[in-house]
Design a protein around this ligand. Sequence first.
Ligand SMILES: [Zn+2]
Length: 587
Amino acid sequence: MDKHWNLNSIYKSFHSDDFLRDISNLDKEILDLKTFGEKNFSFNPIDTIEEYLVLSNTLSNRLYRLMSFCSLSLAVDTSNKDAINFMDIFRKKSNETVAPFTKFRKWCEKINDLDSLSEKSALIKSHLFYLKEMRDSAKHLLSPETEDIISSLQRTGSSAFSSLQNQLTSNLSVFFNYNGKNEELSLSQARNMYFDKDKDKREKIYHAEIDSYKTVEIPSSACLNAIKGEVITLSKRRGFTSPLEMTLEDNRMDIETLNSLLDSMRSSLPMFRKYYKRKAQIIRGKDKIPYYDIAAPVGEVDISFTYEEAADYIVKAELAFSEEISNFMKSAFDNCWLDVEPRKGKRGGAFCSTIHAIGESRILANFNGSFDNMITLAHELGHAYHGRVLKDESILNSDYTMPLAETASIFSETVVMDYSLKNLSGDNLFTILENDISGAATVIVDIYSRYLFETYLFEERNNSILSPERLNELMVKAQIEAYGDCLDENYFHPYMWINKPHYYYPNSNFYNFPYAFGLLFAKGLYSLYKNNPSGFLEKYKSILRLTGRETVYNVGLSAEIDLHNRKFFDDSISMISDSIERFLTMK
Ligand SMILES: [Zn+2]
């Protein structure tokens, strides 16, 4: 089986006829769009909106396909000159679409009868959510001149601080002295050691990591104060009551859904504390767990896969849920949608990219044969299936937000994990089960601490500048609330606010609760399936189909799930508590 992907169905090459033809098509379409932008829109609203939708859908598909070809080529060969050059060209071409699109958006703000217009046009009707969202979000826009000043100043304000913070952490050295050997590590190398089997190493790296943050705490706190200060100013000016309200609107999520999620998470904390206490017992014979043991591996696994074996395993595991999905994944492997061989010049990690115009995806991974890596493939294939389900939707109706983005990927992981837990035994079962719980515990407990921290941060930043000491205090306060009495009070992690880049993204705040929502939404769906398998697949597909053109709450409602009621989230949590109960009785 080929470990390299095949991009032929996107384009043959950067010099092939199909690629060059698409560039000239794109130029023609940009010209059409500019002509459209010069028209008087009010003359015939239905024609105007329809023309916009057709132009925008066609252009987005074309541009996305061309840019994907560049970014995928770059992902496996970071020095690919053609890809770099063309990417730059396409970015410039994409800029040319901004003015006509903005003019249309501004005009759209004044259309109050979208509902009645949609009765006269099937195309408008099918894009009603998209159009209304565009119209309503325009209400938060300031005048074009002010928006222009804001975006210019952000380049030297929040964006500049964000890249400064990125430079600070990516150049940070962690000085690690172990077994008489001195090493200078990058932050990510240091953080990776929290997964090391050697418990002394974990303890030592913790102290070294904390020491390294002290050298950048002043500039980091300046970055954080600047970015969050700007967010507060802008969210007020745009008419939001808080940065949280702005974030929820961006995520198409309402406060009732967030509150029922948080209620359910809070109730689950005592159960996770029981798990952490047991973990502390197993690792060090103590009642409380230090921060550096939270992600530590427990036990040994002697399972490894060749790439072919991993593919067979996933296809077989998915078969237990759905033949259709299993076949889809098999064809992704057979048609070389995956690039899994680690090699020089290829980027790290894993991702899935869907090219909507052809209804296909490509998956990048760096497969090393571990069980975790096999699960990563299942995760990315879940994303690819999501892309397949959205194939028949227009590209404008396929843009989903963070909370729903991980539905299909975590669902797919859950299917494979459930299959594995049924088929494993002994030490392998114990280790894999613990590993699965550990992942979920981070997404619930640690994410909750990050949500609390960000809430406190915004509250205080409203009236003052926070010193590094104050940020440390707030982080520890959040950790105590989330971890309670299971975390060893001598080993909190006060500097997590420097470690997590999410706090420094100027345009996405509270980039924490969407992870918890994603996990519990996918697990909740799996629990619905377990309780009532018949007809579930159709329900699941219709949920995925709606992710790009409905609010989070309405996506739930389409499958008779009331997300304002915490029961749904409680059922997801109970899947995790079943695993914890099992873990507690095992050793
Ligand atoms: Zn994912």
